[in-house]
Design a protein around this ligand. Structure first.
Ligand code: NOJ
Ligand code: CA
Length: 537
């Protein structure tokens, strides 16, 4: 499988459309608003945008409950606006991927309404209905008593998100409601998804982030079934849209990439790496919340965490995906806590330096580049629950009431912008020491050096208990040493690096000392600091 060349130097910016910029003054972000801010996104150093779902929906899960896959939700604008967004983005060298909610629809989708009818019809098998009213496999969740149809429908997430039927790989013969993957009705669902992709690709989108990509096929051989399904879509994509990409919400890059995805997030629901790095509060409504870990993350001023678990997991994933696709370690997303949560701006800078120079493809969640914090105490909005605090309006200006997000009465804002001392783009741009300006420098550096881009080599130099984290990136002619000390005490480490005497600092906090002796180099970092050194090879 080929990997589009543009991914090599890609940097994604995730936009939660309802909270980015409101161009028509109704208090909700919209597509015209995003178009107005494209120059900002480009100047940041992003090369692509991931747009959360923007389709017709009752918004019981912020749009992850789609009622019409082919129509933009009126609150965001029209299909023409979205096409204009593709066009305006492309003009600026930005690609746009849409969120493809492949696994389920809203209960308000016409397919589901038909499927829920008592009498059999063309859509009866579009969803997974069991006529077993007793206890079935606890791995599956069903809603009982929804309609006159004699049965229960399987859900993927909330009660309003019935699972589309991609079939069971090796269905249980005792359970005739489990249809095989090659059942004609199931194959129709597969075709529907392909048609939806085709619809938006033909209109100019550059690919999709696929929601819950690992959940589509069921049964004891689900993994094999998922590979069949996604490899089929991937071959079709490569034949027809060779520049387009598929990004998965799978949280196991090696599995996702061998199944057919170009890119997957290393945000394991269960494996401890990401949590141990960032202490990102995962929303607890996810049944397999980011558990594990000692409670201390590496990017924590207590200094009690370690980068080892993360670094080992990354190394393992990189080895298993080399040449096939990319991993991504995002700064956050609409389901996680904010990078800024519990961290000072200086601490955020250390974390961003570490995250934005990693191999694979960085994803920046809107607001993380200015250090926007999680907003506590909000009432759940559109199924956000404790994710709601990570979804607040982007503050563009210092305006205490409206934050430059919208001209609407703040009472009508999608969500409140939080306390007036929140960071904002206007002031961040003017402050050379801001998180925003560091983000821009980091991304510039990345774009200028293949060693720092997706396929540049990665090696862990130092990662351990009470140690800083040093890693090495390299391509043919140059290498970079990235050194991070998030702790509130100084940290130093000795390591071997050939040619260390030629290393020159390119981005560094004051007080960092590099001591090069024959055979051993010692780098000492003051509290909460980072250093990036470049070395010609
Ligand atoms: C993952 C999405 O990121 C999340 O926001 C959504 O609630 C679930 N999938 C269900 O679609
Ligand atoms: Ca609006």
């Amino acid at each position: 499988m080929a990997i589009p060349a543009w991914l090599q130097d890609a940097v994604f910016y995730e936009i939660y459309p309802q909270s980015f910029y409101d161009a028509n003054g109704d208090g909700i972000g919209d597509l015209k608003g995003i178009i107005e801010k494209l120059d900002y996104v480009r100047q940041l150093g992003a090369t692509a945008i991931w747009l959360n779902p923007c389709f017709v929906s009752p918004f019981q899960d912020a749009g992850y409950d789609v009622a019409d896959y082919r129509r933009v939700a009126p609150r965001y604008g029209t299909n023409d606006d979205l096409v204009r967004l593709f066009h305006e983005a492309h003009r600026r060298g930005l690609r746009v991927i849409l969120d493809l909610v492949a696994g389920h629809t809203s209960v308000k989708h016409p397919w589901f309404k038909a499927s829920a009818e008592a009498l059999p019809n063309a859509y009866s098998n579009y969803y997974i209905w069991s006529d077993d009213w007793g206890s079935s496999d606890p791995a599956y969740r069903f809603i009982n008593g929804y309609s006159d149809r004699n049965g229960n429908y399987m859900i993927n997430f909330f009660h309003c998100q019935p699972a589309l039927n991609y079939g069971f790989r090796d269905p249980d013969p005792q359970q005739p409601w489990q249809l095989p993957m090659d059942h004609p009705d199931v194959l129709r669902v597969r075709e529907e998804l392909r048609d939806i992709m085709k619809f938006w690709l033909d209109l100019g989108c550059d690919g999709f982030r696929v929601d819950m990509a690992s959940s589509l096929v069921r049964g004891p051989q689900a993994e094999a079934g998922l590979r069949e399904l996604w490899q089929d879509y991937r071959s079709w994509l490569e034949r027809n849209y060779p520049e387009a990409i598929l990004v998965s919400e799978w949280s196991d890059p090696a599995a996702a990439i061998t199944a057919g995805f170009h890119l997957d997030f290393m945000v394991h629901f269960g494996a401890p790496g990401y949590t141990s790095l960032l202490r990102q509060e995962n929303f607890r409504i996810h049944n397999s919340a980011f558990g594990g870990g000692s409670g201390h993350s590496f990017f924590d001023r207590s200094g009690r965490g370690s980068a080892r678990t993360f670094a080992d997991e990354l190394t393992d994933q990189l080895q298993r995906t080399a040449g096939l696709g990319f991993v991504s370690v995002p700064t956050g997303n609409h389901d996680l806590g904010r990078l800024r949560q519990g961290r000072s701006p200086e601490e955020v800078k250390v974390a961003l330096t570490g995250l934005l120079l990693l191999p694979g493809v960085p994803f920046l969640y809107y607001g993380d580049e200015i250090g926007l914090d999680y907003l506590t105490g909000l009432i759940s909005k559109e199924g956000g629950y404790n994710r709601t605090g990570s979804r607040t309006p982007m503050p563009w200006t210092a305006d205490p009431e409206r934050a430059g997000f919208s001209t609407a009465d703040p009472e009508c804002f999608y969500l409140p912008p939080g306390p007036p001392d929140r960071p904002n783009v206007e002031e961040s741009e003017a402050d050379p020491e801001s998180i925003l300006n560091l983000t821009r420098q980091l991304l510039q550096l990345r774009h200028a050096h293949p060693a720092l881009q997706a396929a540049g080599a990665y090696r862990t130099l130092i990662a351990g208990e009470r140690q800083p984290y040093f890693y090495w990136r390299e391509s043919e002619r140059e290498g970079f040493l990235v050194a991070l000390n998030p702790a509130s005490e100084p940290r130093s480490a000795r390591f071997a690096l050939a040619g260390a005497d030629r290393a020159r600092p390119v981005l560094i906090t004051p007080g960092v000392e590099l001591d090069v002796r024959p055979g051993a180099t010692t780098l000492t970092l003051p509290p909460v600091s980072y250093a990036v050194y470049q070395l010609d090879l």
